[in-house]
Design a protein around this ligand. Structure first.
Ligand code: PAF
Length: 282
C-alpha cells in the first residue's frame, strides 16, 4: 500500500493504474477510521481493482465554533486499517496541498445544502462539496463510496455529480452500528461512558418511529413528535431535529404521501453532536 500526500503524484499514480486497465474506487474520509470506514474500503475492494482511500481533515467544512482543532487525528492506526481492508493507495494531503491561500472557488449545491444539517451548520456542505470535487478530480474514480450515516451528505454529493457530470458512480453503503445500535462515528470517541450509554437512545428513537409507522396510522409529524418525546424523556439529550423526510428531496413529510421516508435525528449528548437515520416504510 502506497501512502502519498502529493495531489499531483496521486493523480499520476491513478492515471498509470487506469492505463493498465484497472478500475478505480475512491473512499473519501477524514481519518479517525472505524469499522464503518473499513466496510466502505472493503466494498470498494470487492468492486474495483485499485482502491484509493483519502484521509484529510477538511477545514472548510467546520464552522468557527466546531471541533476542527480537536477532531481526532490517528494517522498510524488509520493506515493500518486501510492496509488490512485492502486499500492500494492512501492519499494524505496537508491543508496547504489542498488549498492555496488565495483560493476563491467553491462548489455549492444550492437547495439541499440549506436544510437540516445545512441549517444547523451553515457553510458545512459547501466545504464538503468543494473538497469532494477536488478529491474526485485528483483521484478520478469510477466509483466513490460514502456511508448512509451521513444521509444528507450522500444525497448532496449525488446531486453534485449529476449536475456537474462527474464521471463517477456514487455508492452508498449501510450504516455500521455498535451492538446497542449506536451508529459508528469518529465523534463517538468524545463521549464519556455515561453519555455513550445515553447515545444509544438515538437508534431506539428511530426504531420507535419504524414501529409506529408499521403498527399505527399516525402521520409523519405525529410519529416524529413521539420520537422526540422518547429522546427528551431519556435525559441528557438535547434534540436539534427529528423529522420524517422525503428520501430524495429531504422535504419534511406532513402525510403518508410516499412509500418510504427517512427518519433523521440530530442531537447533542453532552457536548458531542451526533446524527443518525433510518429509512422507514410508510
Ligand atoms: O464524510 C466525511 O468524512 C467527509 O465529509 C468527507 C466526505 C470525507 C469530505 O471531507
Amino acid at each position: 500500500m502506497i501512502v502519498e500526500p502529493s495531489p499531483a503524484k496521486t493523480h499520476q499514480m491513478i492515471r498509470d493504474a487506469r492505463r493498465r486497465g484497472l478500475t478505480i474506487g475512491c473512499v473519501p474520509t477524514m481519518g479517525a477510521l472505524h469499522e464503518g470506514h473499513v466496510s466502505l474500503i472493503r466494498q470498494a475492494k470487492s468492486e474495483c481493482d485499485f482502491v484509493v482511500a483519502t484521509i484529510f481533515v477538511n477545514p472548510t467544512q467546520f464552522g468557527p465554533n466546531e471541533d476542527f482543532s480537536k477532531y481526532p487525528r490517528t494517522l498510524e492506526a488509520d493506515l493500518e486499517m486501510c492496509r488490512e481492508a485492502g486499500a492500494s493507495l492512501v492519499f494524505t494531503p496537508q491543508t496547504t496541498d489542498m488549498y492555496s491561500p488565495d483560493t476563491e472557488t467553491i462548489v455549492r449545491v444550492t437547495k439541499l445544502s440549506t436544510v437540516l444539517e445545512g441549517a444547523h451548520r451553515p457553510g458545512h456542505f459547501d466545504g464538503v462539496t468543494t473538497v469532494v470535487s477536488k478529491l474526485f478530480l485528483i483521484t478520478d474514480p469510477d466509483k466513490a463510496y460514502f456511508g448512509q450515516k451521513d444521509f444528507q451528505q450522500q444525497l448532496i454529493i449525488r446531486r453534485m455529480v449529476t449536475d456537474l457530470n462527474f464521471p463517477v458512480q456514487i455508492v452508498t453503503c449501510p450504516i455500521i452500528r455498535e451492538s446497542d445500535g449506536l451508529a459508528m462515528s469518529s465523534r463517538n470517541r468524545y463521549l464519556s461512558p455515561d453519555e455513550r450509554r445515553t447515545a444509544a437512545q438515538l437508534y431506539q428513537a428511530l426504531m420507535l418511529g419504524e414501529k409506529l409507522a408499521k403498527e399505527t396510522t399516525l402521520s409523519p409529524p405525529e410519529i416524529s413528535a413521539r420520537m422526540q418525546a422518547h429522546l427528551e424523556s431519556a435525559g441528557g439529550i438535547q434534540v436539534q431535529y427529528v423529522v420524517l423526510a422525503d428520501t430524495s428531496s429531504l422535504e419534511t413529510l406532513t402525510a403518508r404521501t410516499a412509500p418510504q421516508a427517512v427518519g433523521l435525528i440530530a442531537a447533542r449528548v453532552g457536548t458531542t453532536r451526533l446524527i443518525d437515520n433510518l429509512v422507514i416504510s410508510l
